[in-house]
Design a protein around this ligand. Structure first.
Ligand code: ATP
Length: 241
């Protein structure tokens, strides 16, 4: 479970808050979609949830652990896929996964089992002996996802996970997300892709200018908007207004 209480952040030298008084609860057993136009504060929020950025005010709890006061315990709960897959290019895929496993103190057997399981689903295992610099964008993205799953986190947080993936990989990732949620884990994704959110997310929040302007299910939102069928139209209407 993820809890945000009154989170605000203003970047140095900026006059406007990147995120402003955010309150959010993301439950166990759900896939939660965080939607918003460019520059609305999605990545800032993800970086604050994962402890990469410190908010100016407010509190984040990760399964009850305060990300600032109890960072190791909180971070052990999280698997994180950043929006930029440019990392550790000189390592091979295996070396990267070993490195991540060591950080999370995962034994060899668990590491191997999870590489076989999730690497198999993501169809990345054939290239794990190659250096990451030789990977395509989509292959790097798959490796990052595999790395985020290797310690069996109870909370999976992915920033724009679909970008760069082909149709089959997207379907496989959706299946992984649904399986994790059905196992009682928390899945939090940011996306620009409204259709994706509509297809897979149990609940969504829409952020605009750093403030959450809606949180709930897609169906509740449609009912609120006079039963308009097209979520994309509703989203554009809400975020452009
Ligand atoms: N390092 C930074 N320094 C200054 N301003 C920043 C920095 N990172 C983000 N911002 C600003 O904070 C606001 C929110 O940015 P953020 O990256 O969180 O948005 P986003 O919703 O993830 O955007 P996108 O969909 O384009 O990835 C924007 O106005 C952005 O210009």
């Amino acid at each position: 479970m993820i809890n945000l209480y009154n989170i605000s952040k203003i970047y140095y030298g900026c006059d406007k808050k990147a995120v402003d008084s955010l309150n959010l609860e993301v439950y166990k057993g759900e896939i939660f979609g965080f939607l918003g136009p460019n520059g609305s504060g999605k990545t800032t929020t993800v970086k604050i949830i994962t402890g990469i950025l410190k908010p100016d005010s407010g509190k984040v709890l990760i399964n009850g652990y305060d990300i600032l006061k109890d960072p190791l315990k909180a971070k052990k709960e999280i698997g994180y896929v950043p929006d930029d897959p440019e990392i550790f290019n000189k390592l091979t895929g295996f070396e990267y996964l070993r490195f991540i496993s060591d950080i999370y103190e995962i034994n060899n057997k668990t590491r191997q089992l999870n590489i076989e399981k999730f690497g198999g689903i993501l169809e990345i295992n054939d290239v794990l002996n190659m250096k990451i610099e030789s990977y395509s964008h989509g292959m790097k993205q798959k490796l990052l996802i595999l790395g985020a799953l290797i310690h069996e986190p109870s909370i999976l947080i992915m920033d724009e996970p679909i970008i760069g993936l082909d149709a089959k990989a997207i379907r496989n990732l959706k299946n992984i997300m649904r399986t994790l949620a059905d196992q009682g884990k928390t899945v939090f994704i940011t996306t620009h892709l409204i259709k994706m959110a509509e297809d897979i997310c149990d609940r969504i929040a829409i952020i605009k200018g750093g403030r959450i302007i809606y949180s709930g299910t897609v169906n509740e939102l449609k009912i609120k908007k006079d039963n308009k069928k097209d979520l994309e139209e509703i989203f554009l209407e809400m975020t452009e207004a």
